[in-house]
Design a protein around this ligand. Structure first.
Ligand SMILES: *Cc1c(COP(=O)(O)O)cnc(C)c1O
Length: 486
């Protein structure tokens, strides 16, 4: 055999453990400094398309660079192009609030570097995940039979969109296994106010039709419209297969009547999935649980601890009432993944609950957040945000220049500039004033909210939920709005 050049076969130069400790401390210091100064930064990045790429070299470095350069480029390259989701003046979209224990847990998860495709690929990853999802059943008063120890079960998905997608796949599989109907004949229903992920998931899953069911004056799905649509489709020879309800729509946090929709779903054997991506966290407080009324009748449910529970992205809690209905649709058993524990059916293999094979140790950050704050701390956060949102709504109500456009049962308030009269011209003037108001607040760089549309008219969404938001930011927001409105 030829002599092998030791230069070629030796490992590259890694950081020594001592260097890792030192740079690790520098990184934690950088994050802590960032959080300390975040309020002084403009909430939204003002860069133009291409500005950030222009700061990067054309090609990857051939030779190693010192870590100091990497850290320096966080401030030089990254921060100017960051829109600060963790800014206390964040009122845009929905929150994606994080917390120190969550960030530390994510670092540990990266350090462990696990891929939890099977129970045996890292038993702690799977068992802690199942246990956390069962804890959330108790904490949020979800049905007992959704526990992994029962016929149902929970899993962490990367996003609510992923969860809704696999719910659609399970629904399709259940119908085709029962009746042999092709997916092109199948119909999925959701409200006209549902998140776009329902339609997208149905398209990916190959459904023939997606029907956007009419909503009532509170933006909630009309069960009578759903029933009529299902019956028309049956008469036309199509196969109603799936209905997606929403508890807390993205547009206005409207709540669909889950129990009434369940009755229709049960009558026609539809898979009933509930998307509570944002509002699900509120169920940790008993006073919000009436919004989940009828939830024990549904087939699947998703909410995002990564939105409002101080667990940083990604962490989406997905439950099914019958875990076999999900794993029947998603299980494939290649020989290289066979093992005694899985074959004996003693364990959960989460690869059969999701699209990807690989999965991170996401449950660690959920575990650390639940232990660091306790259920009491999370309830306190939810109530604080909801109280501030309700106070904000009160200010709008007391000011004749504005009108609230939808019920605000959680911590999102949607409003617009009030039209002077009922004419179309006045409505258009109010639209322009509303758009201008949103732009003026966002241009201030001190608060960030989302201009949107409802029934074709301009509105502004104010979502209160950043972990650092306090009454001083609410006062500032009100001052910005009040001064910018004409
Ligand atoms: C945010 C949101 C989603 C999407 O969540 P991802 O986790 O980003 O996929 C879906 N549905 C509703 C109601 C939402 O508010």
């Amino acid at each position: 055999m030829d002599e092998i050049d030791p230069e070629v076969t030796s490992p590259p130069a890694h950081m020594t453990p001592e260097e890792f400790r030192r740079h690790g401390r520098e990184v934690i210091d950088w994050i802590a400094d960032y959080w300390e100064r975040i309020e002084s930064l403009p909430v939204a990045s003002a860069v133009q398309p291409g500005d950030i790429r222009a700061l990067l070299p054309d090609s990857a470095p051939e030779q190693p660079e010192p870590f100091e350069h990497l850290l320096a480029d966080l401030d030089r390259v990254v921060v100017p192009g960051v829109t600060h989701w963790q800014h206390p003046g964040w009122f845009a979209y929905f929150p994606a609030n994080n917390s120190p224990p969550s960030v530390l847990a994510d670092a540990v998860s990266s350090g462990l570097g696990l891929i939890g495709l099977l129970w045996s690929a890292s038993p702690a990853l799977t068992e802690i995940e199942s246990h956390m999802l069962d804890w959330l059943v108790d904490l949020c008063a979800l049905p007992e039979h959704w526990k992994t120890t029962s016929e149902g079960g929970g899993v962490l998905q990367g996003s609510a969109s992923d969860a809704t997608h696999v719910a659609l796949v399970a629904a399709r599989h259940r119908v085709s296994a029962r009746s042999g109907q092709p997916a092109e004949q199948m119909v999925a229903y959701t409200s006209a106010q549902a998140h776009s992920s329902v339609e997208k998931g149905a398209n990916i899953a190959g459904f023939g039709q997606v029907r956007l069911v009419e909503v009532d004056e509170h933006q909630a799905m009309r069960p009578d419209a759903l029933a009529a649509s299902v019956e028309a489709d049956i008469s036309a020879g199509l196969v109603p297969t799936f209905v997606g309800s929403t508890v807390g729509t993205t547009g206005t946090t409207a709540v669909d009547p889950v129990r009434a929709i369940s009755a229709i779903a049960i009558e026609h054997s539809l898979w009933h999935h509930v998307d509570a991506a944002y509002a699900g966290t509120a169920m940790i407080c008993p006073e919000f649980r009436h919004h989940n009324e009828g939830i024990e009748l549904v087939d699947s449910y998703v909410f995002n601890p990564h939105k409002w529970m101080m667990v940083n992205f990604d962490c989406s809690a997905f439950y099914v009432a019958d875990k076999a209905a999900l794993t029947d649709a998603l299980s494939i058993d290649p020989p290289y993944l066979r093992n005694t524990q899985s074959d004996a059916g003693n364990v959960i293999d989460y690869r059969n609950w999701q699209v990807p094979l690989g999965r991170r140790f996401r449950a660690l950050k959920l575990w650390w957040v639940l232990r660091s704050y306790g259920a009491a701390g999370i309830r306190q956060m939810v109530r604080h945000h909801v109280a501030m949102a309700q106070e904000f709504a009160q200010r709008l109500n007391e000011d004749s220049r504005f009108e609230i456009v939808a019920p605000h049962p959680f911590s999102l308030v949607c409003f617009r500039v009030r039209a002077a009269d009922a004419s179309e011209e006045a409505a258009e003037r109010a639209d322009r004033a509303t758009d201008a108001l949103a732009a003026a607040v966002n241009d201030s760089s001190r608060a960030y909210l989302t201009p949107s549309k409802l029934d074709g008219r301009s509105i502004i969404r104010v979502a209160v939920g950043q972990s650092r938001t306090d009454r001083s930011q609410m006062d500032l927001l009100w001052k910005l709005i009040s001064e910018a409105a004409v």
